[in-house]
Design a protein around this ligand. Structure first.
Ligand code: GH3
Ligand code: MG
Ligand code: MG
Length: 401
């Protein structure tokens, strides 16, 4: 019996050990599998992340491409719009409008400067602002615009406070309005610098290289349109301006006189005409030569065209050494007074002819609406008669009709 019990216990023990071994084996196998699955899951997750990233990048590229297509599609409209106008002002407004809406989405500020040919300085011509209250202090450009002008190349500044090329103190001196980033491109046509188009933003890194590339494309198209408009304007001016004195020609003046006369009648305002003739001009020609005569004509024209600048005046070269000055909304009494001031101004001016200082004089005849005439022809005729009287009275005189 005892042996039986011992055998039984041994069998049970063996069974128990076997069971434990099986359980241990199974547990180990399960944990290895678990580790394997965890590893697999992580690998899969990584693959999913990579695919997601690729999808996101593709989405970004897709969006960027979409934006590019929209932008470049708009270039067609810009080209069309710009080629339809020959007015400098309209073209500048159009360039600023396109740039502001297409690149900046109407955020920040867009400024367009043209080079003033007289002093070679930049001069603000058109602007678009997100904040309408903003004051543009730098009407002749700032440190960034001068950089673009000097280098004749486009500029991207992501953060003005961190760009070593520009002195922050100077920037703050020049501006009332804050901005942190900008892009700017020169307007160049046939190697000639015409101006600058620029965008600035209240955010740092407000523009990308792609924005700059697009701005450069717009500036190239804009520059061609501006050059055409300038040439057209110059051609028009040549037709209406006398080449020696830069005063209006007689034909153009007569058209303007007719307009102003009509306006005076409708609005019941006075209008006065000064007919000016250089005294003994032929003698200067004979003594000093024709070129010296031309110098006199230029000097006197300059004085006439700049006289009473604050008032509405129109001046012209009426004939050889004869000029007209129309004083709009000026009555006869004031006109006679002004004519004598002009006469004295010319008399006092020293004109150098062959190293000799000369005092050239003029005679002036004055006629005015309403008392002296019923139409513009009578106005001219009567001013001329008054001029004849001024000559009769001994020259260097201003005489009213
Ligand atoms: P008066 O005081 O009576 O006006 O005498 P004047 O000598 O000024 O007048 P006149 O009509 O005898 O002479 C005008 C001269 O102007 C004759 C002409 O040769 C000259 N003249 C006309 N156009 C030009 C020009 O473009 N350049 C030059 N240098 N002379 C001109
Ligand atoms: Mg004369
Ligand atoms: Mg004359």
């Amino acid at each position: 019996m005892k042996t039986l019990i011992r055998h039984f216990l041994l069998s049970v023990s063996i069974l128990l050990v076997l069971n434990i071994a099986v359980i241990f084996y199974l547990a180990k196998k399960t944990s290895r599998r678990k580790a394997y699955f965890t590893f697999e899951r992580e690998a899969l997750q990584e693959k999913i992340n990579t695919i997601n990233n690729r999808l996101k990048n593709s989405g970004d590229i897709y969006n960027a491409l979409g934006q590019k297509i929209i932008r470049y599609d708009n270039l067609k409209n810009i080209t069309q719009e710009l080629s339809q106008s020959l007015s400098l002002d309209t073209i500048c407004q159009d360039i600023a409008e396109f740039t502001f809406s297409l690149i900046a989405s109407n955020k920040g500020t867009c400024l367009l400067y043209l080079i003033d040919t007289k002093n070679q300085n930049l001069s603000l011509f058109a602007s678009r602002k997100e904040n309408k209250e903003l004051v543009i202090k730098a009407k002749e450009g700032d440190i960034f615009d001068r950089w673009v002008l000097r280098h004749a190349s486009a500029l991207l500044v992501e953060d003005i406070s961190k760009d070593f090329r520009f002195d922050l103190e100077k920037i703050q001196e020049e501006h009332l309005r804050p901005f942190y980033s900008l892009i700017s491109a020169p307007l160049i046509s046939q190697d000639k610098m015409l101006g600058i188009i620029r965008l600035d933003s209240m955010e740092t890194a407000g523009y990308t290289q792609d924005d700059l590339r697009f701005l450069t494309t717009i500036s190239e198209l804009g520059a061609v349109a501006l050059e055409n408009a300038t040439l057209f304007q110059r051609t028009q001016e040549l037709a209406i301006k006398d080449s020696l004195t830069a005063l209006y020609t007689k034909g153009y003046f007569m058209d303007r006189l007719a307009e102003e006369f009509k306006r005076s009648v409708y609005q019941n305002v006075p209008l006065a005409l000064l007919m000016i003739d250089i005294d003994h001009f032929k003698e200067y020609n004979d003594k000093f030569g024709h070129t010296a005569g031309d110098i006199i004509l230029k000097e006197i024209s300059f004085l006439i065209s700049n006289f009473l600048k604050k008032q509405h005046t129109i001046s012209c070269r009426f004939g050889g050494e004869e000029f007209c000055l129309l004083l709009c909304e000026v009555d006869k009494k004031s006109a006679v007074k002004h004519a004598d001031e002009l006469r004295a101004l010319i008399e006092e001016k020293k004109i150098v002819l062959r190293r000799q200082k000369m005092n050239v004089t003029v005679s002036i005849g004055i006629a005015a609406f309403p008392q002296d005439c019923r139409n513009e022809e009578e106005l001219v005729y009567n001013a001329d008669s008054a001029l004849y009287q001024a000559k009769q009275k001994g020259r260097n005189k201003a005489v009213g009709f």
